[in-house]
Design a protein around this ligand. Structure first.
Ligand code: P9H
Length: 222
């Protein structure tokens, strides 16, 4: 039984991508079991591997962890990505919960029905440009350090970089308004563990194309 964490999800971003980012940023190698068909999900549901009959599920340290935020909390605490004290943790939690709310909009765009896509896109870009990015641009300005919280890398930095790169795929011109987010992106991309995860051939997943969306529909909605 290898001691590497084993991630159970489909071969795409969705709710597991943030977990992949946190493990990669912490320099932790992991293995993946991809759900390819509905039976792969029902098998896990039937053998009691999924507390709430849902994935993401991560097998690590003898546990079958479910619920994306719970998994992210465990990994962030174990690998010292959660700040140096309770106050830093409170700041990090506020920032990453905002990021999860934005990421929910970004990650569900691909699986939107055609007639809802345009409205969903307009809303997610409006929230990005007028609610979330102005907050993180100001935090970087006021804090004046390399990282969002304290003076060490935390999960807030990793999850912000994940979101910046996703938004860049949708609307790169948006960053003209956020110069500090741009320099943050550059700076974080040079951290060795993150640089490695950004290399072609890493376990980072590409945006979901129609094949992946079809597979998601078959696994979770048929
Ligand atoms: N609170 C895929 C792409 C983007 C966004 C979501 C789903 C929720 C957590 C089976 N799991 C389509 O909906 C697939 C969750 C976990 C939980 C699942 C069922 C989803 C998706 C697959 N559905 O944060 O972990 O919604 O297992 O029976 O509910 S992910």
């Amino acid at each position: 039984m290898s001691s590497k964490p084993r991630l159970h999800y489909f071969n795409g971003r969705g709710r597991m991508e943030t977990i992949r980012w946190l493990l990669a940023a912490a320099g932790v190698e992991f293995e993946e079991s991809f759900l390819e068909k509905k039976e792969d999900l029902t098998k896990l549901q039937k053998d009691g591997s999924l507390l709430f009959q849902q994935v993401p599920m991560v097998e690590m340290d003898g546990m079958k962890l479910v619920q994306t935020r719970a998994i992210a909390n465990y990994i962030s605490t174990k690998y010292n990505l959660y700040g140096k004290d309770l106050k830093e943790r409170a700041l990090i939690d506020m920032y990453v919960e905002g990021m999860f709310d934005l990421n929910d909009l970004l990650m569900t765009y691909e699986v939107q029905p055609a007639d809802k896509k345009e409205q969903h896109f307009a809303n997610m870009m409006d929230k990005t440009e007028n609610r979330y990015f102005p907050v993180f641009e100001k935090v970087l300005k006021d804090h004046g350090r390399d990282f969002l919280v304290g003076n060490q890398l935390s999960r807030a930095d990793v999850q912000l970089l994940e979101i910046i790169l996703m938004v860049e795929e949708f609307k790169p011109e948006i960053f003209a308004k956020f110069p500090l987010l741009q320099s943050f992106r550059e700076r974080l991309s040079h951290i060795p563990t993150i640089k490695k995860f950004l290399q072609p051939g890493s376990q980072r997943k590409p945006p979901s194309d129609d094949d992946v969306v079809d597979k998601v529909m078959k696994i979770f909605y048929s």
